[in-house]
Write a new protein. Structure first.
Length: 354
């Protein structure tokens, strides 16, 4: 099953592109999308296409905060019918749990998990996509952050916002939007909250409206549609960096027995082992492209007990030793940078505002 996302995920895409002097039509065509598709926010489109579109737009516009610029104007209403249910939850924890429970109505590729850690609570968030990039990650995190801000008020701040990727050269937009501690080169993408903040009452909550909204959402045809393959993939994405992506822990997290999970995967023509390998194959290049991640650290993040086991798997999967793969990628990036320097013509591109 191909992960799909509501077209609302691309709200303000055209406006941000045009503000940067970038013509989005060619990028939309490359991604197999069109402007007409974006007119209906409930239209379901490929999550992979959205991720690829955002990366191409960031490269084409010369703006490495393209996704975050889109997130900056996000409103709760952009969450569609689920927004009413979220708005009237009693606490921020309830709102986040509701978002997690109904995330399939928003974005099939969105993996989210709340983890209690003493006085802190971690919201881990990942995008399940064939090729990952910082733009989709920052857009998704920015949208959830804006949701929390709308519920808790302008003065609220989390403990930190964490990103697996490295920091951009210019952090002004990140600092303006999040206004809190930013952790780059982290082992997870997500938001770290003070536990007490999650239990604070939501001043907008109305229990009667919450009951009405839940009944309405539950009546939607797609509200009970789940794909066990996507559910398991999302769980592996979240648990793998924590060293907990075993069939037992994934099944437990999904509220089923290992036997039941395996039976449903068999019926879908999949297996836990094949999904684990697929997720590792998608995450490995992202980690490898971060020069601050040592091979030993990457081995841990992908769930290998030794670097030797990781090296053997990586070589079989990608045809090169990890060190050779990095050298090749670095050489390609240097060549791309030289090509960009030669082709850059200042008058044809606007400077991105902060």
């Amino acid at each position: 099953m191909v992960p799909l996302v509501r077209a609302a995920a691309l709200t303000n895409f055209l406006e941000v592109a045009e503000s940067l002097g970038f013509n989005p039509r060619e990028a939309l065509r490359h991604a197999g999308l069109s402007q007409s598709l974006l007119k209906d926010p409930e239209q379901r489109i490929s999550a992979d296409a959205v991720v690829a579109l955002l990366e191409e737009a960031a490269a084409g516009s010369g703006c490495d905060t393209f996704g975050l610029r889109m997130a900056e104007s996000r409103q709760l209403s952009n969450f569609g019918v689920v927004s009413l249910l979220i708005t009237h939850q009693a606490t921020l924890r309830d709102a986040l749990v509701t978002t997690i429970d109904y995330r399939h109505l928003l974005n099939d590729s969105l993996a989210m998990q709340l983890e209690d850690a003493g006085s802190l609570v971690i919201l881990r968030q990942e995008l399940v996509a064939t090729k990952l990039g910082r733009q989709g990650t920052e857009l998704a995190l920015g949208a959830v952050f804006r949701m929390c801000k709308a519920l808790m008020g302008a003065q609220w701040q989390p403990n930190s916002v964490n990103f697996v990727h490295s920091a951009p050269s210019d952090l002004r937009l990140h600092n303006r939007l999040f206004a809190c501690r930013l952790v780059f080169d982290s082992e997870f993408n997500g938001i770290v909250f003070a536990a007490k903040d999650l239990e604070a009452p939501n001043p907008h909550a109305d229990p009667a409206m919450a009951r009405y909204a839940r009944q309405f959402v539950e009546s939607l045809p797609q509200s009970h549609v789940h794909s066990v393959v996507l559910e398991v993939r999302r769980a592996i994405y979240l648990m793998l960096p924590m060293g907990r992506a075993t069939s037992e822990t994934v099944a437990l997290g999904l509220g089923m027995s290992v036997r039941s999970m395996q039976r449903q995967l068999d019926e879908a023509g999949a297996s836990f082992t094949s999904l684990l390998n697929a997720v590792r194959s998608e995450l490995a290049p992202r980690y490898m492209e971060n020069p601050k991640f040592s091979l030993n650290r990457i081995s841990d993040l992908l769930g290998y007990s030794t670097q030797g086991s990781f090296t053997r798997w990586f070589t079989a999967q990608f045809g090169l030793l990890p060190s050779r793969w990095r050298e090749r990628e670095e050489g390609m990036h240097r060549a791309d940078a030289r090509g960009s320097d030669r082709s850059f013509e200042a008058p044809t591109r606007k400077t991105a505002p902060d």
